[in-house]
Design a protein around this ligand. Structure first.
Ligand SMILES: [Zn+2]
Length: 249
């Protein structure tokens, strides 16, 4: 038994399966992550118009098997390719990091349409030449939000609200909770965060995905954000993401 399903997806991984075929993983709008066999995908002028390169966005049709055998890709029509205008390799690495997060933080057939939209817009912003460091931060925050792991940047667990004053806050990475200076214990300590930084994190996390982030971020602030997000993402994956080893911030 199998059913024919239609959706849109981004290619997040592919591996050779045989002389002529590939196994392709898509992150799709309607089904989340799916892995399909693309027969003949390696043949020149194969059935898929060479549409299935990494980070390519496609309209696809696939046969979903009720048994444990691999689903079969039957159609793939190009929607858009990820082609950076910039010569900066970091833009490509940032795109690959989006793919890595989608791959590593998701389960098969567990759909998150909003996360899919976030990925599509992140790739578009990267292609349009937006600051890749901001694109990466925003997608990391959107990933945490999707997984229900985005810390509240609004108040301490004791209820004390974040104000733009001199209070030094810190994030307890293992628990993903914000702590005020009174609740903080040395073993919880991340780098100190000011109210201003926390306001900026909220703005980065909640700017609608299709919009460009217009705030100004200094290099010192970037450093703090990078440190924080690397720790939070590594905590989920139980390892440091591979692409963060390539990206230069
Ligand atoms: Zn507190």
């Amino acid at each position: 038994m199998s059913s024919s399903e239609k959706t849109e997806g981004i290619v997040i991984r592919q591996t050779d399966f045989s002389e002529t075929s590939r196994v392709v993983t898509f992150f799709t709008h309607d089904f989340g992550k799916i892995t399909v066999l693309a027969k003949g995908a390696k043949r020149l002028k194969g059935s898929f118009e060479a549409a299935i390169d990494l980070l390519t966005r496609c309209q696809i049709v696939f046969l979903h098997k009720s048994t444990s055998s691999l689903d079969i890709l039957t159609e793939a029509k190009l929607v858009s390719r990820f082609q950076s205008q910039s010569r900066d390799v970091n833009v490509n690495y940032a795109g690959l990091y989006v793919a890595e997060l989608l791959q590593s933080c998701s389960e098969e057939f567990d759909p998150y349409p909003h996360w899919y939209e976030a990925a599509v817009h992140t790739l578009e912003h990267l292609q349009a030449g937006e600051d890749y460091r901001i694109c990466v931060l925003r997608f990391e925050l959107q990933t945490l939000q999707t997984l229900g792991l985005l810390p509240e940047f609004e108040q301490c667990q004791c209820g004390r609200p974040v104000l733009d004053d001199r209070e030094r806050w810190s994030l307890w990475i293992q628990q993903g909770v914000l702590l005020c200076s009174q609740c903080r214990q040395p073993e919880h300590s991340s780098r100190p965060l000011s109210g201003e930084l926390l306001t900026m994190l909220r703005a980065l996390a909640h700017t609608p995905v299709e919009q460009v982030f217009t705030g100004e971020i200094t290099s010192a602030q970037f450093k703090t954000f990078r440190h924080l997000l690397t720790a939070l993402i590594s905590q989920i994956l139980d390892r440091r993401p591979t692409m963060l080893g390539y990206l230069q911030f």
